[in-house]
Design a protein around this ligand. Structure first.
Ligand SMILES: Cc1cc2nc3c(=O)[nH]c(=O)nc-3n(C[C@H](O)[C@H](O)[C@H](O)COP(=O)(O)OP(=O)(O)OC[C@H]3O[C@@H](n4cnc5c(N)ncnc54)[C@H](O)[C@@H]3O)c2cc1C
Length: 340
């Protein structure tokens, strides 16, 4: 790979990374966006079917549409987008240029880095049943891409957090008959969603999945064991949806000398990590008033990009000018007006 030095290299292509790629374009920074997965979108791909209401101005939108809109915006100024590379090494050359390396041996040169790694390289907590070999069941799900598939079916949801309770409610709204099983007696989710759950779902607590049984790779029955007394129950099911959470994994970043707190990389109010030229944004960072929402990721991204810009050029303005009056959009605005 040629030694092409970028102003800003963004690591992670979720909402924070995508918005940073757009905003750094307003600042005319030469930008590269690197994502470990084969597509941009980040954690939002865990709930593509959900309606998202709390992103400013967009109104209720299917999450998948939001991902596509964000990606389109991210590509406004044609940043270099690299997919399928997990970044796991950062070093600095004598002239201050940062060298970022990926798991496949690729090397990237950059003046600044914006870490937008979310929860890191997340892994779903997969179902592991004692004494049962892993099997690729056709109707065992870890996320839902299309709720309509479950209409009229008996679905067993396993899990007790927000995601499990939300899916149980959503699947009911799409005509599924829902049973939810949780190893504890209390659900750890929003109160109003738990109330809704109790209105429609068959609730089995404290129970845990014990065995899946079926034919031709289709689960037809599940057995559950009582978490306290071990008594067993058996159910007929059409589908099983597992929501046992995600493992955060910052292993790839651990060795960089970042200050890690309980909830991520500690940054100051300028999104500075403490390593010269390295900033953070989105769910991977931790500071006093951090908001773990898409809107919070956007705000962090703006702050992080502005700080990176000022690291490269201390005389640069504190923030980019507002888009409504920005020279970078003049030609585009003329084109858009001529089309309308
Ligand atoms: C079930 C659920 C529902 C939610 N609903 C909402 C909602 O309705 N509204 C809302 O505002 N928020 C919601 N959120 C929160 C929202 O999804 C997050 O706040 C947001 O995704 C954070 O964006 P991010 O870009 O910081 O991180 P992420 O979206 O996690 O993206 C990080 C990206 O970085 C990549 N990455 C990590 N490490 C590396 C590496 N070493 N090299 C290369 N790439 C790397 C990952 O693959 C990932 O794609 C929800 C969260 C959950 C769990």
């Amino acid at each position: 790979m040629s030694e092409d030095i970028y102003d800003l290299t963004i690591i992670g292509g979720g909402p924070a990374g995508m918005y940073a790629a757009f905003y750094s374009g307003i600042r005319a920074m030469k930008t590269k966006l690197i994502e470990a997965k084969p597509q941009l979108g980040g954690f939002m791909w865990r709930y593509p079917e959900k309606m998202v209401w709390d992103v400013g101005a967009v109104g209720p939108t299917r999450c998948e549409s939001l991902i596509h809109a964000l990606e389109k915006q991210a590509r406004t100024f044609d940043p270099t987008v690299v997919l399928g590379q997990e970044i796991n090494d950062l070093t600095r050359r004598e002239d201050g240029v940062l060298i970022v390396r990926s798991n496949c041996g690729a090397v990237h040169y950059t003046r600044t880095v914006l870490l937008c790694a979310g929860r890191g390289i997340t892994e779903l907590e997969k179902l592991r049943l004692e004494g049962e070999p892993q099997q690729d069941w056709n109707n065992l799900y870890y996320t839902v891409n299309d709720c309509a598939v479950f209409a009229g079916k008996h679905v067993l949801v396993s899990g007790g957090g927000n995601a499990a309770v939300d899916w149980a409610n959503d699947l009911h709204d799409h005509g599924a008959h829902v049973t939810i099983v949780h190893r504890r007696t209390q659900f750890d989710a929003l109160e109003r969603n738990i109330e809704r759950l109790y209105e429609h779902a068959a609730i089995l607590t404290p129970y845990a999945l014990h065995q899946l049984q079926g034919q031709n790779d289709d689960i037809t029955h599940v057995s559950l064991s009582h978490s306290e007394n071990g008594s067993m129950q058996q159910f007929t099911v059409d589908a099983v949806l597992i929501n046992h959470g995600y493992k955060r994994n910052y292993d790839a970043l651990q060795a960089w000398g970042l200050h890690m707190g309980d909830y991520g990389i500690i940054v100051n109010e300028s999104m500075h990590t403490g390593i010269p030229g390295v900033f953070g944004a989105g769910d991977c960072v931790s500071y006093g008033s951090k908001v773990r929402l898409i809107a919070g990721a956007f705000n962090d991204a703006v702050l992080g990009v502005n700080s990176a810009m000022r690291y490269i050029d201390p005389n640069a303005t504190k923030m980019a000018g507002v888009s409504s009056h920005h020279e970078r959009f003049r030609e585009r605005n003329l084109q858009l007006r001529s089309l309308s």
